[in-house]
Each structure stands twice: as C-alpha cells, then as structure tokens.
Design a protein around this ligand. Structure first.
Ligand SMILES: [Zn+2]
Length: 491
C-alpha cells in the first residue's frame, strides 16, 4: 500500500472526526511527513470509538429491555426510544407507521440540498426479535444482564446489537461535523422475523421515496472468530429464498379398530421420510464459487484439497459430499434444502383422520424454482394420495450485490484494517434478511454483522441464552464506524 496516498486520504477525515474523541489526537492527524513512521495501518478514520461503544452498550441494554417479541412486535416503543436519542443529537428522526403499534424509523445525514439517492448509504437493522422460552434461560431474557463479559438478552446479537452499533456509527458521523459526500440514512425496520404486515416489503411499498438509496449495510454476514483470532469476515451479498410448502395426504376416515392401507397418517409419514432424506443437486452461484475459492487457503491442508476439487469432473462429487458433511451451512450454500418442521393429523386416538399435513421449509438458491423442486419430490414420493401446496408469502429471489462496487472494496479494506489483515469472503446466507427486498430495488446491500463471534456464540442466535461478548460489541461498533466513515466522510 502506498503510504503517501494513504496519509493524504486519512488526515482530513481524522482531523475532523477527532472532534468527538475524548482521547488524545491520533498520530495520523500530524503532518504526513513526520507522522508516517508512527502511524499504524489500523488507524480508523472514525477515530477512537471506545467511549462511543460504551455509550452504545447502554443503548443496547435499553433496547433489549423493550420487549419487541414478534408477534406482536410493538416496534413503535423502540422507534420512539431511538427517536429520542437522535433528537438529542440535533437530528430529525421520523416514524413511519405501518400498523397499530408498529412503525419503522428513519433519520438522515444530508450531503447536499439536492442529494443523489443512488449514492446514499442505508444503515439497516430490525427492531423486532423472535420469542423466548423463559424457562430455558438462565437469566431474564429482557433484562440485559451482564455476566462473564457477556450481555445476555433476546436480540443482543439478532439484531439489537447491530441496531445499537448502526446508531453509534451514525451519531459518530453527526458529532464529528465532517462533511459527508453521500446521504447516510439510519433505518430501523419492523417485522423482519415474521415478514408480515409491518415488514420491509410494505415499508418499501409505502415509503420508498423517504429512504431510497444505492447502498445498504445490514445483518446477514459474520465475523468468524476462531482460536481468539478473526479468521475471515463473511460479507453477505446474496441469500436463499424461503418457501413454505404444505404436504397433504388424504384418505378415508374410519374407526381405528379396523385399519386400512390408505391411512393418511401412514402415507404422510412415508412421504416425509423420503422428502427428509432427499439431497438436491449442487449448483454453484457466483457468490458461492468465490466464497469457496477464497476459503481454501484459510482451511487446513486436507480440507483445502477437497474445497479446491469441489468443481472438478473427476473428484467433484466426492468433494461436494465431504464439504457438505463437514459443515451443514456449507451444504446449505451449495444446494436447495428442505427441512420438515410441522406435523399435524388426528383428533382422537381411536379415529383414523381423513387428512394428515406436514409443513416443509424449503430454501432455494436464488435462480432455482419451487416448481422444479416439487416436480422432483412428486416423483420421489410417488403417491397419488399426497400433494404439495405452496404457501403464500414466499420470499423473492434477488440478484446478488456486486463484488466490484466501491462499497464492497471499502468494506474489504476496513475489515483488513480492523482485524489485522483478515480477508473478506463474499457470502450467501441460508437465512433470509431484509436485504433481498432492497436488492430488488437496485440497492447494493451487504450483510456485515460486525461482531467477532465464535461458532458457539453464533449458534445462540434465536436460541436460549442469546448473548453478545462485550468486547465483540465494542469491536463491532469500531468496525461499523470505520466502514461508514471511510465510505462517506469527505476527504
Ligand atoms: Zn435478524
């Protein structure tokens, strides 16, 4: 990297952003010629965010304490809480009503009197959380208890951690008084977990003009922490498409004392068994191909060998099996998947029901269609008494975000600086996020959940005792603020 050019870029932003810092000015604020030898490559244009992160920790605790379990969501209480913080900073937040008690919130840092929406950057996070089984938690899930270096709470990772971090990055820029070269829009969404009446689909339909943008930062990626070190940063640029399908078996009802071979329960069970063991063929999307190419050098020799063979004619099939078996997430990135999730049949032990139903959760690779998959399953099940019924509100396939955009390059640079050279890998998430809807509106949306987390910590998302390491939260605030400052602060 060219140091001279680098200093030239960093100095003005640092000088301006220092305004908000409680600590001594960083060396980078000095004249390039004298400062060069003492400057670290990791110096952030957002300055030192330690005090800000502490403040954001307080916001996160408050956000966890406002119960936004969806349903019913009640996101408006959270929106009002955030609005109060933003108002205190001299900003003008706006609540966008979606349904009773459910609003999204936006606030904007303006770059010009007539800003160009295609340059604008959206900082997106959702305010609702999934439900809890309180009896399985070791602490109250809505108390934001701090224990062993963690903050516990439903939403601490998904997605109130990012909500608080976005707020911090946004406020940092405002406090710095730095001139931004593009509009920055803070957006807190509702109903992400259910995708219903208050979700981003309706938010866009109703209010798109208020937050139209060319770029977005959202959840969906991961900072992979392994043996105390960030191995890589997975930036979500695409996501799978969720489709719920009912599997329905029909047969005559009757007295259970006289069983017949056309029992709907038996037919459904046989069908579910076949569907559950079906493995869809591998298909490489551009994002997934790039992901594995960049992953190979990070893995141990044996696994790297298989990853490199994944698309070869002779060893490809075996390699795909090894990789799919090594990590269920990799399996999900390579093919359409099906998970049976709900079974229902019968009203009495002694009554043969005329109908038995299962629900299967299908996740398609973007570009694959449900009709083709159901065609395969129909052949496999091979039972005229069983049929499939695609449920309404399926996800929509969106084109992937570009890996050549300036913003992707900024994220890559910031990740490397923040995490001592850690690479960025493009990522296709198995789970759905608000980004698909944004991508369908020509937004280059990237999933950057900014907190370094181990596999174990990540698995607590949507699970019992969800919690975020405070050190990771602070690091995540710094990472986000760095990305935003690098991309938007005028130099
Ligand atoms: Zn989420």
């Amino acid at each position: 990297m060219n140091w001279n050019r680098r200093m030239h870029i960093l100095v003005p932003a640092v000088a301006l952003l220092m305004f908000l810092l409680p600590v001594a000015p960083p060396a980078a604020a000095q004249a390039p010629s004298t400062a060069m030898p003492t400057v670290h490559a990791t110096q952030s244009p957002a300055g030192n965010t330690a005090a800000l992160a502490k403040e954001a920790e307080g916001w996160l605790a408050d956000l966890i304490r406002i119960d936004t379990t969806n349903p019913p969501g009640n996101e408006e209480a959270t929106a009002k809480y955030i609005a109060a913080i933003l108002t205190k900073e001299g900003l003008t937040p706006e609540l966008l009503e979606l349904a009773a008690g459910r609003s999204a919130l936006i606030a904007r840092l303006r770059s010009a009197a007539m800003p160009d929406p295609s340059r604008a950057l959206l900082l997106v996070a959702h305010m609702d959380v999934v439900g809890v089984d309180k009896s399985k938690w070791t602490v109250d899930p809505f108390s934001a208890t701090i224990k062993d270096g963690y903050m516990y709470g439903r939403g601490s990772v998904d997605d109130k951690g990012m909500l608080a971090a976005n707020l911090a990055a946004f406020i940092a820029l405002k406090r710095s008084n730095v001139r931004v070269n593009r509009d920055i829009i803070f957006l807190a969404t509702a109903d992400e977990e259910q995708g219903g009446e208050a979700s981003i689909r309706f938010l866009i339909a109703k209010y798109w003009d208020k937050f139209a943008a060319g770029f977005a930062l959202n959840e969906g990626g991961r900072v992979i922490l392994k043996n105390g070190k960030v191995e890589y940063v997975a930036v979500q640029a695409s996501e799978k498409v969720p489709v719920d399908v009912a599997v329905i078996a029909r047969g005559p009802s009757g007295h259970a004392s006289v069983p017949t071979k056309d029992n709907a329960v038996v037919h459904l069970a046989a069908a579910v068994e076949k569907i559950g063991s079906y493995t869809a063929p591998v298909r490489f999307t551009t994002i997934v191909r790039r992901y594995f190419e960049q992953l190979a050098p990070l893995e141990d020799v044996e696994l790297a060998k298989w990853i490199r063979s994944i698309d070869t004619p002779d060893r490809g099939e075996h390699a795909q099996r090894v990789i799919s078996d090594t990590n269920p997430l990799w399996n999900s990135m390579l093919r359409d998947t099906i998970a049976p999730t709900i079974l229902s049949a019968g009203v009495r032990a002694n009554v043969i029901p005329s109908e038995a139903r299962a629900m299967i959760d299908v996740r398609l690779l973007p570009g694959d269609t449900i009709d083709v998959l159901l065609g395969e399953l129909t052949k496999l099940v091979n039972d005229p008494s069983v049929r499939f019924e695609v449920q309404p509100d399926a996800g929509l396939a969106a084109p992937p975000s570009s890996l050549e955009s300036d913003f992707y390059a900024t994220i890559t640079k910031a990740a490397s600086e923040e995490f001592s050279g850690a690479p960025v890998l493009p990522f296709l998430s198995a789970g759905a996020t608000d980004s698909a809807q944004l991508r369908l509106h020509n937004v280059q949306a990237y999933g950057v959940s900014p907190f370094p987390l181990t596999d174990e910590d990540s698995r607590r998302l949507h699970a019992d005792d969800e919690r975020i390491p405070l050190a990771s939260f602070e690091k995540g605030v710094d990472f986000l603020a760095r990305i935003v400052a690098e991309f938007a602060a005028t130099r």
